[in-house]
Design a protein around this ligand. Structure first.
Ligand code: CTP
Ligand code: CA
Length: 228
């Protein structure tokens, strides 16, 4: 029914992909992070490049090599990722897969925080909010990407939370997944997602992250061809 994405069908299309976790430093040797491996975002960047798109992949720290044919920028913190994205000009499509840390330690100690001398007293950890890249892109007054796709990592009430997230962030589509430890999604090879658009909720079967990427790129291609 739905036409297949043709090779080169995203030719000339500028696409941003964010991926991976961010690391939020506490001191020179410690950081707050999450279990994101970057695999889903890298697979999407790769599939977009295969479809002929002009892809910028902005990633936090991961142990993956960038896909061929993709412009690649690496960063560590949410603020760095935000700055790289905002400095990179305009995009036709943005796919925000990064597991950006929502908060960072309020103070980054200049030297390693020492245990000695503070017997049995743990240092307090105060957090402050990070900028939200997806929300910022979605609500840009000038130069908003025509299609902004967010991801929603949930551990309960996946569809309800993701629908609310789509509205709150102002993005067009949300790809929601259950990242509870028993699913093996975070860090694993497979993913099971729900695609939420303004008028549809589609449950996709469990498949490899590479296949999820291909399906998402096919949907982007169809959307772009209808837009043109
Ligand atoms: N995101 C982002 N910048 C942030 C936080 C999130 O760009 N500072 C993006 C993610 O890349 C993802 C989407 O927002 O595409 C949703 O991220 P998620 O963590 O699931 O949602 P939050 O709104 O942060 O809500 P919560 O963590 O409370 O579920
Ligand atoms: Ca979050």
């Amino acid at each position: 029914r739905r036409k297949q994405a043709e090779v080169g069908s995203l030719a000339g299309c500028r696409v941003l992909v964010t991926a991976g976790p961010t690391h939020e430093p506490l001191d020179p040797v410690r950081y707050l992070a999450n279990r994101s491996s970057g695999q889903q975002g890298f697979a999407i960047a790769s599939a977009l490049a295969d479809a002929g798109a002009n892809v910028l992949l902005v990633s936090g720290p991961v142990s993956l090599s960038p896909p061929a044919g993709v412009k690649y920028l690496v960063c560590e913190t949410a603020r760095e990722m935000y700055a790289l994205v905002m400095e990179s000009g305009q995009f036709d499509v943005a796919v925000c897969t990064a597991a950006v840390a929502d908060w960072r330690p309020a103070h980054e100690a200049g030297q390693k925080i020492k245990k000695i001398g503070e017997a049995d007293v743990a240092p307090p950890l105060t957090l402050v909010p990070n900028p939200d890249i997806l929300a910022e892109l979605s609500t840009k007054s000038a130069g908003r990407p025509k299609l902004v796709i967010g991801f929603a990592a949930e551990t309960e009430n996946v569809i309800d939370h993701a629908k609310a997230k789509r509205e709150r962030k102002g993005c067009d589509w949300i790809v929601a997944n259950d990242v509870s430890p028993h699913t093996g999604v975070m860090g694993g090879q497979d993913n099971q997602v729900v695609l939420i658009t303004s008028d549809n909720v589609e449950q996709w079967p469990r498949m490899s992250k590479a296949d999820v990427a291909k399906q998402i790129v096919e949907r982007i291609t169809v959307w772009i061809s209808e837009e043109r």
